[in-house]
Design a protein around this ligand. Structure first.
Ligand code: GDP
Ligand code: IMO
Ligand code: MG
Length: 426
């Protein structure tokens, strides 16, 4: 992905999240100088399997496992400082050198205990099936201009005023949801004072840092969280997260110009999954649902919830190619399909008797979709040891070729197992 003409690369989920972004970022970070997260927060769970050890990263960029790669959390992220330090300390305990190479944007907004409380107590969060990490309420406060930013920790008087205002609003939300929980403002302020001592020394203007890095020809990876169909504008609204997960969000969430981005890699599974509520047109029935969930170990990396599984949906990924401007595609988890005798690939949606080949904007249309499928022979051989396209069974190559032509983006990587080395770089 990196070369003389491509220094800044965005990695974005091109389905409903959990596509294997963590794995791809880890693989690509080998040649990166910087890895920067640009949106979301601790709702993300990015798994990196080194072979002997496996890590799930929630807020720290997946480049942290490569010595010498510098990592940053951009202004677009809503940062939970409490769990950030749990994550940092966990990595340090396993011998990963974090300090001195992890930086945080002073403009990033903080997720505070009352955001998590509102998220876990509110009926609307339950209807969407959020992760309960306080993401929606923290972004709400940001947009309503009552959010707390990292840099506010430098100004205790101002911090007290903003936290008091934010807590009052959150308390009203709790009351409206008939929750008996109360917010302890003094407790929040005391916690922030403790955290400030660790957070402020690693906070800076990340937009400026990355601007300078790009000017000095550094290779920069911008790591997205969630997936394009969970984007607040382009996803299956209202069953979405509260940030712009798509590539356009990368420039804003890091603080660089959009023209700085050279390539956009979309990560997709060889099938589809979704965790949480909302439409999933190609969702499997039983017994395939249980079988593929087991084969793919499809349980949420953050909440442990079972993921809903379905066939690959070309309309979804063609749409993601368009809204992200994908220049490249990584297809992961091909090995999960190794034992299936037959595969289906969705190429059209039948809605009220009419066939569509573009993804609709309206969730109510999605709820009555009858997917149109093309059927493919399974390869029924292990792909786990393949390291080149030629080593893949012919049936697997036919399946991948069809995906490539339908979604209108070239496949640059195929992943055939959880480990770093289980990848085909085309
Ligand atoms: P992310 O949120 O996009 O980083 O993805 P997650 O880490 O939440 O979920 C992807 C899961 O699939 C993780 O458990 C990965 O270890 C696993 N994974 C990634 N690539 C492959 C692959 O090619 N084959 C298999 N079997 N598992 C994979
Ligand atoms: P990664 O980065 C999959 C889903 C939740 C819920 C919706 C809104 O690991 O791919 P939120 O807590 O963000 O307000 O929940 O979004 N969701 C994810 N699904 N992968 C994720 O992250 C997700 N982060 C949020 O399940 O449906
Ligand atoms: Mg995940």
């Amino acid at each position: 992905m990196f070369g003389p003409d491509s220094r800044v690369v965005v990695v974005v989920g091109a389905q409903w999240g959990d596509e294997g972004k963590g794995k791809l970022v880890d693989v690509l970070a080998e040649r990166a100088d910087w890895v920067v997260r640009y949106q979301g927060g601790a709702n993300a769970g990015h798994t990196v399997d080194l072979g002997d050890r496996s890590f799930v990263l929630h807020q720290i960029p997946s480049g942290i496992l490569h010595e010498g790669v510098r990592c940053a959390i951009g202004n677009g992220v809503v940062l939970d400082p409490d769990t950030l330090f749990e994550e940092i300390d966990g990595l340090i305990q396993t011998g990963i050198d974090v300090m001195g190479r992890l930086y945080v944007s002073e403009r990033a907004h903080l997720v505070l205990p009352y955001h998590k409380l509102v998220d876990s107590e509110s009926a609307s969060s339950k209807a969407i099936g959020t992760t309960g990490r306080g993401i929606g309420p923290a972004y709400e406060d940001k947009v309503a201009r009552r959010g707390v930013r990292v840099l506010d920790l430098r100004h205790p008087k101002r911090l007290r005023e903003i936290v008091t205002k934010g807590a009052e609003y959150a308390q009203m939300r709790l009351a409206r949801n008939a929750s008996g929980k109360t917010i302890d403002v003094e407790g929040v302020l005391a916690q922030l004072e403790r955290i400030a001592a660790r957070l402020l020394p690693i906070s800076e203007d990340i937009g400026l840092t990355i601007h300078r890095a790009i000017k000095s020809n550094a290779s920069v990876l911008l790591e997205g969280a969630q997936g394009s169909l969970l984007d607040i504008d382009h996803g299956t609204y209202p069953f979405v997260t509260s940030s712009n997960t798509t590539a356009g969000g990368a420039a804003i969430g890091v603080g660089i110009g959009p023209g700085a981005v050279d390539r956009v890699l979309g990560v997709v599974k060889a099938y589809t999954t979704r965790v949480g509520n909302g439409p999933l047109p190609t969702e499997f029935g039983e017994p395939l649902q249980t079988e593929v969930r087991k084969l793919g170990n499809e349980y949420g990396a953050t909440t442990g919830r079972p993921r809903r599984c379905g066939w690959f949906d070309a309309l979804v990924v063609k749409y993601a190619t368009r809204v992200n401007g994908l220049t490249d595609l990584a297809v992961t988890k091909l090995d999960v399909l190794d034992t299936l005798p037959e595969l289906q690939l969705c190429t059209g949606y039948e809605i009220d008797g009419e066939v569509h080949d573009e993804f609709p904007s309206d969730v109510s249309a999605l709820e009555c979709v009858k997917p149109r499928y093309e059927t493919f022979a399974g390869w029924q051989k292990s792909t786990a040891t393949a390291r080149s396209l030629e080593e893949l069974p012919t049936a697997a190559r036919i399946y991948l070729d069809r995906i490539e032509s339908l979604v209108e983006a070239p496949i640059t990587y195929v992943s055939v197992g959880t480990r770093r080395d289980q990848i085909i770089g085309l």
